[in-house]
Design a protein around this ligand. Structure first.
Ligand code: HPA
Length: 263
């Protein structure tokens, strides 16, 4: 199994895949239960990040277990989805953003597989945090499908689970953030440490707090996601068709200075 989909809020349904099976895999961080299936002649794993009924809040997701499990399975390419609020007037509810940078404002999460001791200390490079090859695949897939997608964007990751204050949103906008969400850190960082190719399609579900004329609700986030599920599904399917997980990529050598990632 070389491809995985990590579905964010509103993306819980593995039925883009055929012959779906339930699987579980043990990791040093706990057991990961996920679904797997086939599409376009490829074996694909599917993990709904928040659980299949949105029962796991962003700060309690077992990010390390999820990425470790995918690595153990042999996954090389990950397409992730995230629901985001927008700080950028050009990125409107319903729009897709192929994020290319992140800012890390999380507070209580371990964001590495390397905590000293036996595994040692690693300082991974994240100059290009999202895989350029998978991003190109997604951009091309969107073009083919005539789905408009912002070609880049800076994702601000907050701790959550609360939404932000308008003051925080003003600060993030001044710093150059485009969209805000609660889950991409540490997922993207762990995937890079594990030398996997990882890219995220963000779906704008709302304008962020203080920009939106009314208070934010999770209902609004879900409603926008639902209205756009068909396009997300199509984009993921076209992405899976195009991915060539065995192709070499810079991401696969992220820890070469340290002798590579080991499970
Ligand atoms: N803030 C943080 N996370 C989000 C938002 C938001 O406005 N919308 C969807 N996920």
């Amino acid at each position: 199994m070389k491809i995985a989909i990590i579905g964010g809020t509103g993306v819980y349904d593995p039925r883009i895949l055929n012959n779906i099976r339930e699987q579980e895999i043990a990791t040093p961080y706990g057991v990961v239960r996920f679904k797997s299936g086939e599409y376009a002649g490829k074996e694909v794993a599917f993990i709904p990040r928040h659980g299949s009924n949105h029962s796991i809040p962003p700060h309690l997701i077992n990010y390390r277990a999820n990425i470790w499990a995918m690595k153990k399975l042999g996954v090389q390419n990950i397409i992730a989805t995230t629901a985001v609020g927008s700080l950028n007037p050009a990125m409107k509810p319903g729009d897709f953003v192929l994020i290319d940078q992140f800012m890390d404002f999380v507070k209580n999460r371990v964001t590495t597989f390397y905590e000293g001791g036996e595994r040692g200390v690693v300082h991974v490079d994240v100059t290009t945090p999202y895989c350029p090859s998978v991003r190109t695949v997604l951009a091309d897939a969107a073009k083919d499908l005539a789905i408009s997608i912002h070609q880049k964007g800076t994702y601000v990751c907050t701790e959550g689970p609360r939404f932000e204050t308008p003051a925080e949103i003003t600060m993030f906008a001044k710093l150059g953030g485009d969209v805000v969400g609660m889950t991409n850190v540490p997922e993207v960082v762990l995937a890079r440490e594990a030398e996997m190719c990882y890219a995220t399609v963000s779906m704008v579900t709302n304008f962020a707090a203080g920009i939106s004329p009314q208070p934010l609700t999770h209902h609004e986030v879900l409603e926008t996601m639902q209205a756009n599920t068909e396009n997300i599904k199509k984009l993921i399917m076209a992405g899976i068709e195009r991915l060539q997980p065995d192709t070499d990529c810079v991401c696969k050598h992220a820890l070469s200075e340290y002798g590579g990632f080991t499970l």
